[in-house]
Design a protein around this ligand. Sequence first.
Ligand code: NAP
Ligand code: MN
Length: 271
Amino acid sequence: MKIAIFSNDKPKSRTFRNKLSRELRDRNIILTSRDPDIVVTVGGDGTLLSAFHRYAHQLDRIRFIGVHTGHLGFYTDWRDYELPELVEALTKDSGQSVSYPLLDVYVEYFDGGHDHYVALNESTIRRVNKTMKSEVYIRNELFESFRGDGLCISTPTGSTAYSKSLGGAVLHPRLEALQMTEVASINNRLFRTLSSPIVIAPDEFITIRPDAQEDYILTVDSFTHRVRPISQVTFRVAKERIHFARYRHMHFWDRVEDAFIGSKQSHVKRS
Ligand code: NAP
Ligand code: MN
């Protein structure tokens, strides 16, 4: 088994990475950043996002594990003080995994070119200087005319990130669905949007056709692409999925509670 350790630059993360490397080498596990079977990320959810994009071309053969050196994350469920348990789990690995849906982003330009991305959290199309005007199609049928700052399409695991700040619902990651949320839509006689988030089915796709302008920003997770004139962007559930090595299970709603509410422990103590 080959393992890659991918950490951010925080001292706590680097210390953990060094300790983990030593422990794994002592057990004759190969550490390599090329063609790993398992990628252990050390840092936060942002670190896992970076690692995901670093290995996006090998998603079918890689399993990820997230260790957090800050707060509990959505992709990072091991704590840095659990190093012995993690080493034990890795040495006894028998291929246990769980996988989640990803977002496929297909951008077409007026010049005939195209770009293709896969997102773990979300992709947004936005305009900063003026409002964005665009038509939104679902399965090639015109759905609405949008005017506002932009639109966000997120995966179920991305529903606790930017999408949530935009008023989106939190989706259980076992659902194979995508959610579209609006960023400050203007509603008047000319432009009318649904004004609430929508969740589409696995076989559906959303196409956004913005007005011909040059200053759109397309984001894919932590990446920002300042793109040339776009004719349309199509979003659908990707063929690929992200796999995590699952050595133990934490219920999704426990994680949501811990991240956003956090009152359960004190409540239990009181009663
Ligand atoms: P960042 O600015 O460092 O991350 C923003 C925050 O989002 C961090 O606290 C990060 O957690 C958290 N996060 C990332 N993925 C998450 C998820 N699936 N569920 C819950 N929280 C999550 O930038 P970054 O680390 O490169 O992450 C990029 C992501 O930030 C984008 O994909 C977008 O979802 C999010 N974002 C959110 C807003 C907003 O809510 N207004 C605005 C821009 C971007 P860690 O601290 O553990 O890294
Ligand atoms: Mn971050």
